[in-house]
Design a protein around this ligand. Structure first.
Ligand SMILES: Nc1ncnc2c1ncn2[C@@H]1O[C@H](COP(=O)(O)OP(=O)(O)OP(=O)(O)O)[C@@H](O)[C@H]1O
Ligand SMILES: [Mg+2]
Length: 295
């Protein structure tokens, strides 16, 4: 079986990075060659793994099989342009290359560049598992919509003006195939899993429901929902926490109604923040409880 991709999505601050790291550590411990990539421009994998990471694949200290990378949109843009222009440099003079470079600097070059980097990880065979820790939902849906939009846009522009928001059709036509392939991979449930993380609260539930619908519109099915941050029953010993737990349980029930049929996991609130490999292993015991981690 080829590489499998696991995407973590959800509203800001709900626990995406924590659950993505827990999952990555679990798979790496099982012996899978694992990469965790964040597409969040405000990446914090460096903080939670307590080591410098940045825009390059970096081995996680103390782990056998785990690498990480934080995609930096600026660095990705430079690499993308360089890659597109390199074949031209041998064939054309500087003046022409400069014009092409300007044409490549369209309003969505940066988005395209980040996506290009992202596709690189979908096309490698170095890893068994690639975990994507994504930016808060809106940004991620946009990222996933892009190849669908682009593909259509390139097709239409080829018939019409020949100009797209990422540059002239002639320069990017080859990319269409790549985007179509990426979309097919995203839609293939054998290969790609989409996991939403949410808190048992109204805003988080609403946003998850909305986003799951948007993904469905792109032909992508939600595979799993993690409801994170439930107050442990044993701690609900006074009126304040009992009431809060009651509220949380209400949203768990609503989520079960809305997402009937989608596997759901409840994660308790821990008494510390979640960082460091040891902590992720501890959280993993709960997250993968009752499974061999291979769902
Ligand atoms: N179950 C939990 N128990 C205790 N603390 C938690 C739990 N889940 C997450 N946290 C803490 O909550 C904070 C936010 O979590 P995390 O960074 O994983 O969320 P995120 O969805 O990635 O946020 P962002 O949208 O900012 O990237 C972190 O400090 C994390 O340690
Ligand atoms: Mg995060």
């Amino acid at each position: 079986m080829g590489t499998r991709f696991i995407f973590f999505s959800g509203k800001g601050g709900v626990g995406k990075t924590s659950m993505a790291c827990t999952t990555a550590v679990q798979y790496a411990d099982k012996g899978c060659r694992t990469l965790i990539v964040t597409t969040d421009p405000a990446a914090n994998l460096s903080d939670v793994f307590e080591q410098q990471i940045g825009h390059r694949v970096t081995k996680i200290n103390g782990m056998e099989n785990l690498d990480a990378m934080e995609i930096d949109p600026d660095a990705a843009t430079t690499e993308y342009k360089e890659r597109a222009l390199a074949p031209m440099r041998d064939l054309f003079d500087d003046e022409l290359v400069k014009i092409a470079e300007e044409q490549l600097s369209g309003p969505c070059t940066e988005e395209m560049a980040s996506f290009d980097k992202f596709i690189d990880f979908m096309q490698q065979d170095e890893y068994d598992i690639v975990v994507f820790d994504t930016a808060p939902t809106g940004h991620t849906i946009r990222l996933l919509e892009l190849p669908v939009d682009w593909s259509r846009h390139i097709e239409e522009s080829a018939k019409g003006s020949g100009q797209t928001c990422m540059g002239p059709v002639a320069l990017i036509q080859d990319s269409k195939k790549k985007y179509d392939q990426a979309v097919n991979m995203l839609r293939n449930r054998e290969q790609t899993q989409f996991i939403f993380v949410m808190q048992p609260e109204q805003t988080s539930l609403d946003e998850t429901a909305r986003s799951a619908k948007e993904l469905q519109r792109l032909g992508i099915t939600t595979d799993r929902i993690i409801i994170n941050g439930l107050i442990p029953e044993a701690e609900a010993v006074n009126a304040f926490f009992r009431q809060r737990l009651q509220m949380q349980k209400g949203y768990v029930s609503k989520a079960q109604e809305i997402f009937a049929g989608t596997p759901m996991k409840e994660m308790p609130l821990f008494d510390t923040e979640l960082k460091g490999i040891d902590m992720f292993r501890q959280v993993g015991k709960v997250l993968f409880e009752g499974s061999d981690g291979d769902e």
